[in-house]
Design a protein. Structure first.
Ligand SMILES: *Cc1c(COP(=O)(O)O)cnc(C)c1O
Length: 274
């Protein structure tokens, strides 16, 4: 079964809508007119933030990793068309993006802004993602979601009153650090001993935004059979992992698995080969 978060909003896609919701409210409450955040050149978060800022009347600044390329790719062109100001920083500075030093430099350059971390993952994002299954009557035993920063999974874990098992599929290599990050994000939602969740680390296909021919072939077959679009960075890896786990009889017969379709289709066409 698939929870179609890719359909919640035409532009503010999937999980990013839930991650931004309480951040936008907080920004407004604190009297901010400018939102600033970070992302790579194909970032779904930057795309969603630009659209949300436009829709809700904020200025927005996207701090983009790496150098400016002309013409802009489709993601950044869209962000720019929404009115987002794009600011590029080198990879070394980007690694320090959440440091006070970099924030201070950005403040000197752009003035006062409401800062949203990379991928949008903070306590308010967790609060928003805890609402993903609110009012959804689907019954299931296992809930599965792709993980980048882990904010979405943290919200799903926070919302679980131990009725089901939550499984995260990290899309990046060497994602052990996510255990700690996710525990911290969940505790920001007031839950200190989250139970019944785990990560499955082996499904990254070489790393973040890396693909394999098996993955691409799986996505094409899935899309044809199910008439549901996937992309190779997140949802493709999630569904690939679940299909493999089912085939390996990882789940007991009759286990009901609900996969979160977290959206992200804006980058699909640039990321699928051919
Ligand atoms: C950003 C994103 C994720 C990852 O969400 P995190 O909260 O960073 O783990 C998953 N799927 C899609 C489609 C995304 O755009």
């Amino acid at each position: 079964m698939i929870k179609r978060c890719d359909l919640v909003h035409p532009l503010i896609s999937g999980n990013k809508w839930y991650k931004l919701k309480y951040n936008l409210l907080a920004a407004r409450e604190r009297g901010h007119d400018t939102l600033l955040s970070f992302g790579g050149a194909y970032s779904n978060h930057i795309y969603a933030l630009a659209a949300a800022a436009k829709e809700y009347g904020f200025r927005s600044i996207g701090v983009i990793r790496g150098e400016r390329h002309q013409p802009l790719n489709a993601t950044l062109q869209f962000a720019s068309d929404c009115g987002m100001q794009l600011h590029y920083i080198n990879r070394a500075d980007y690694r320090e993006k959440h440091s006070e030093l970099v924030a201070e430099r950005l403040r000197q350059q752009f003035g006062r802004f409401y800062l949203i971390p990379e991928g949008g993952s903070n306590a308010l994002a967790v609060q928003g993602c805890a609402e993903i299954l609110q009012h959804d009557g689907t019954e299931f035993d296992v809930l599965a979601c792709a993980c980048g920063t882990g904010g979405t999974l943290a919200g799903l874990i926070a919302a679980n009153q131990a009725q089901y098992r939550v499984i995260g599929i990290p899309v990046l290599k060497g994602a052990d650090f996510l255990y700690q990050d996710i525990r911290q994000l969940v505790s920001s939602a007031g839950i200190s001993e989250p139970k019944n969740w785990q990560l499955q680390l082996g499904w990254h296909h070489g790393g973040y935004a890396k693909t394999s021919s098996e993955l691409i072939e799986f996505i094409r077959r899935f899309e044809q059979q199910q008439q549901i679009a996937l992309e190779p960075v997140y949802t493709g890896k999630l569904l690939y992992a679940l299909y493999q786990l089912i085939q390996q009889q990882y789940f007991a017969p009759g286990t009901r698995v609900l996969a979160i379709h977290s959206g992200g289709l804006q980058g699909r066409d640039s990321l699928m080969p051919g």
